[in-house]
Structures are given as structure tokens and as C-alpha cells.
Design a protein around this ligand. Sequence first.
Ligand code: UDP
Length: 325
Amino acid sequence: MKTLITGGAGFIGSHLAERLLCEGHQVTALDSMSTGSWTNVQHLSSEPNFRLVDGSILDIDVLGPLVAEADTVYHLAAAVGVKLIMEQLVATLESNVQGTENVVRLAHEAGNKKVIIASSSEVYGKNPAVPWNEDDDILLGPTSFGRWGYACSKMLDEFLALAYNKEKGLPVVILRLFNTVGPRQSAQYGMVLPRFVSQAMAGKPLTVYGDGLQSRCFTYVGDVVNAIYDISQVTGAAGQVFNIGSDSEVNINQLAETVKDTLGSSSEIIHVPYNNAYGLEFEDVARRIPGIAKIQSYIDFQPRSDLGSVINEIASTIKSAHSAA
Ligand code: UDP
């Protein structure tokens, strides 16, 4: 099978490329290298079935032919990280809205190619009624808070893709990914776990935002890409929305303690007010927990809950990157 991964040199995209190559598929990774990186896929460069294209989903002259030659498009290219999103509001909305529109339209024009779309748990917003199931209501904050623009852009992507499915028969599958973690996730864009691991390794304070009682379900990238691949093989999944995430909840204070204990670090844990981290126009999501019964009724999905081994794996990747530099 010929596959196209938009965002294929990104954190999740590069792991998905490995899984697809293992299955014997041809992989074209399209990446604008804004948050993706050549180093994420360097180890795949000698694979005859792998090709990296440096280009943007906003450039239809590049995207069009790649979609047309693919059997399945895994659309992962998007703005990543709350920090980056808050700093680049226009680019975030443009790449999420215009980029996804390009992908689904071109996939339709090329004869209704299968499209797997990476959406986000952000679309549930701050709905306090956790765990969240796919048909639950969505609760976003005001338009003056940039974070909700990201959520809204992902919602619009979902509406558009589902509209193409219903009206034009485009086989799309929407995947709402919850806090994915693992090696190659950059601390640079604000994600908490690579930040805490880097801080602990450097002997710097671990920066917990707010009171640290906000919680997340961190999901190992290997489990996420296996679920993405497995659900993409299920014909009956077209036109459906699925959560992909672990259901083990941990608050950010506990996460900081776990990172320290796992790495034997003596770093202190400090609490940083949200407005110092993200500015005044920000609100956080208090709890984020996926309901995973739906995806489990389609594929075998048993996400691991052992954060210690994930933390060790992230730390050893950071160490080897430093020694290679
Ligand atoms: N966070 C934190 N310290 C950091 C970075 C993030 O306490 O250095 C918090 C952040 O405010 C949020 C949680 O960790 O409550 C998860 O943040 P992340 O950006 O990884 O993902 P989000 O769930 O916000 O999309």
C-alpha cells in the first residue's frame, strides 16, 4: 500500500512511519519542518520504502500529487503544543483549517482516498463531566482566549471531514488523541513531560503551572501509533470519531514527583502561575480523561499505564542525542 503521512517528520508521524514500514507499506512523509525535524526520521533514510518530502500542506502543488498517488493519507500535520499555539495564533488557525481543507478536498478529487485525521482531545474543551465519550457535548471558553481557537479549528476539521464523508462518500476516520508522550517529543513547544524530564536531567526546577491539581492521561506514543494503524485497517471505522488515550489519570504534581523519583533527581518542584507561563488570556483544562470503550470495540487497544518506563525511555533518548551532538 502507498501511504502519505502529513507531518511525517514530527513526533507522532515519525513513529507512525516506522509502524507502516514494518507492515511493508511505502511511506511518503510530507513535512514543512517547522516543528518536525530531519533527525526524527534520519534512521529511516536508508529504507527503500521511505521518502521524505520537505513541503507544506498549504501548498496544493506539492500536496495534490502526493495525495493522488497515495492509497491512504494519515493527516497528522498541525500546529503542536499549547506554548507554540499561544505564540502563533494565526499560523495555528491557518494550518489547521486551510491545511485540513486541502487534504480532504484533494483526497475527494483524487477518487475518495482513505483519510485518517489526527484530531485532539482539545475539542472537548473544559467539559467537567469526565470521562469524555465521542458524542459528548463540547464546552469551549471565550474567543478572546487563543487556546480555544485551536480547539475550534480542530472541531471545524472534524465537521468538514465528516461532511465530506456523509455528502461525498470520502472514507475518513477521526482520531482524538489525548496527551501523547514518548521519545522525540520536543520540550521546546511546551509539552509537560519532555519539559519535566529535561529539567530533572539538567538539575533545574520542575515548573508546575497553577496548583498542579489539573490532571491528564498520558499515552505512550507506541500505543497511539498502533491504534492509529489498526483502526485505519477497519473498513467499518469510516465516518466515525474515536478517542485514543490511556485511561490512567495523573495530576501534574504527581507527574513531577514521578519524574524526580524515576530519574533519582534532586531538582526542586516549583509552582508557576499560569499568567507567567501563558499570559493573562489563558485557562487550563482541569481534568482530561478519555472514554475508550468505543475504540476497544473496534480494535484490541490496551494502553500501558507505567509512566516510569516511558520517562526512562525519554531520558535515554535525550542522553543519546546530547552525546551525538
Ligand atoms: N504544564 C506544567 N508545566 C510545564 C508545562 C505544562 O505544569 O512546564 C501543565 C499544563 O499547564 C497542563 C499540563 O501540564 O495543565 C499538560 O500540559 P501540556 O502542554 O503537555 O498538554 P495540554 O494537556 O495542556 O494540551
